[in-house]
Write a protein that binds this ligand. Structure first.
Ligand code: NAP
Length: 286
């Protein structure tokens, strides 16, 4: 049985995607979540909905490198290999702010750095043709755009920067592109892609308020940024396990199984290399 790991799988996009993948019964699905009670409830709901008993929970707090290391050790001990890793957990700066106990800006740490380390630790244990998907956002390129301010700023100084969520999602794309470059150089069969689910009102992302009025505003004024939980989770599940995506790597999927170009800034090789090197340093990997 192949194994799929999904971070932040107790609600929203992660939960729906986990449920869709579990429904095929060909996959064991690991819900990598920070809250044990929510994870247990999600596991029970997915098993009840799909009849697939191979749904497990394992504690992971992506904001803390120590938790990521513990998760990776526990995971390898329990399951040995990973076929698909979906780096989905994420927070909105509207709900969380400040610095982690390890000294990183919390949105950068949760949405990006923890997933960088998790991927590095699981990579040697990935099965041939393994897949990694980094959930990004069209907000990597917010209205008005963003300017790169350096990794040190994002990691340690961006505590009140209103663009810090956008930066974390831009980092997810830089990470995807750099990892893709290295995997291709090594002749690896592992693929890595980014996915934008679009603005989804039906998740807990904005604090659990299904703000229908706001959703309608986004749908009518910014249709190219609007997403639906149902269609985005369908697409993410397909990109994760469907054989037609074998060998597709280094791409940005936009709210569907269609590939699109991400922002011009997201293709900066200099920024990508700076982020990669600093991330290795922050994670104690060099
Ligand atoms: N909703 C949108 O409009 C939208 C748009 C573009 C991109 N996205 C991205 O889509 C992804 C999923 O978000 P969603 O909309 O489904 O929101 P959601 O319902 O709030 O789901 C986010 C999940 O991430 C988990 N999480 C947060 N911090 C974590 C941590 N430190 N360690 C482990 N898990 C953590 C949450 O767990 P708890 O329940 O414990 O908080 C939850 O399970 C995120 O990466 C988000 O940035 C969302």
């Amino acid at each position: 049985m192949k194994t799929v790991v999904i971070t932040g799988a107790n609600s929203g996009l992660g939960f729906e995607t986990a449920k869709k993948i579990a429904a095929s019964k060909e996959y064991r699905v690991i819900l990598a979540c920070r809250n044990d009670a929510k994870a247990a409830q999600a596991k029970a709901d997915i098993i009840a909905a799909t009849g697939n008993d191979a749904v497990e929970t394992l504690r992971l707090d992506t904001s803390l490198l120590s938790s990521v290391r513990e998760f990776a050790n526990n995971y390898i001990k329990a399951y040995g290999t990973v076929d698909v890793l979906i780096n989905n957990a994420g927070i909105s700066p509207m709900r969380d702010s400040g610095t982690t106990e390890e000294g990183f800006e919390v949105v950068f740490a949760t949405n990006y750095l923890g997933h960088f380390l998790l991927t590095q630790l699981l990579l040697p244990h990935m099965a041939p043709n393994g897949r990694i998907i980094n959930v990004s956002s069209d907000m990597h390129n917010p209205p008005g755009g963003i300017e790169w301010k350096g990794v040190g700023y994002l990691a340690h100084e961006a505590m009140i920067d209103r663009r810090r969520y956008s930066y974390s999602k831009l980092c997810a794309i830089y990470f995807t592109l750099k990892l893709d470059e290295l995997l291709k150089k090594q002749g690896s069969s592992i693929s890595v892609n980014s996915f934008n689910p679009g603005f989804m009102a039906a998740t807990n992302f904005s604090g659990g308020h299904t703000d229908k009025a706001r959703a309608l505003v986004v749908k009518t004024t910014m249709p190219d940024r609007y997403g639906e939980l149902g269609t985005s989770s369908d697409a993410l599940a397909q990109i994760a396990v469907d054989s037609r995506f074998d060998g597709v790597s280094g791409q940005y999927f936009d709210r569907s199984t269609s590939i699109k170009k991400s922002s011009e800034l997201s293709y900066s090789e200099g920024n990508r290399d700076e982020l990669w090197n600093k991330s290795l340093e922050y994670c104690g990997l060099r």
